[in-house]
Design a binder for this molecule. Structure first.
Ligand code: SF4
Length: 87
């Protein structure tokens, strides 16, 4: 009798596991959807070249075709920000 009670309890706990996993998955995707934060303003990113015509394409942080390791999101190869550093 005792073993059937604990087996029933174990089954109930197992049955709850997929829901727990779903809850964790939903929380993670909500966090991933919110990140990374937009930091374009922080780095004063602009879609046009900076002083003396320097552009993202000539910056060491530029990642082809439209990325950057500093500024998040899509950027233009012809853009610029205050973190510019020549290659
Ligand atoms: S650090 Fe600034 S200038 Fe350099 S690629 Fe990224 S956005 Fe462009």
């Amino acid at each position: 009798m005792k073993s059937s009670v604990s087996r029933g309890l174990a089954l109930k706990r197992l049955a709850g596991l997929p829901f727990a996993a779903l809850a964790v998955g939903a929380t993670l995707s909500a966090v991933q959807a919110a990140a990374p934060p937009d930091n374009k303003k922080q780095f004063k990113y602009q879609d046009k070249p900076g002083p003396k015509g320097v552009k993202c394409v000539g910056c060491r942080f530029f990642v082809k075709p439209n990325g950057c390791t500093i500024v998040h999101g899509k950027i233009s190869p012809n853009g610029w920000c205050i973190a510019y550093a020549p290659k």
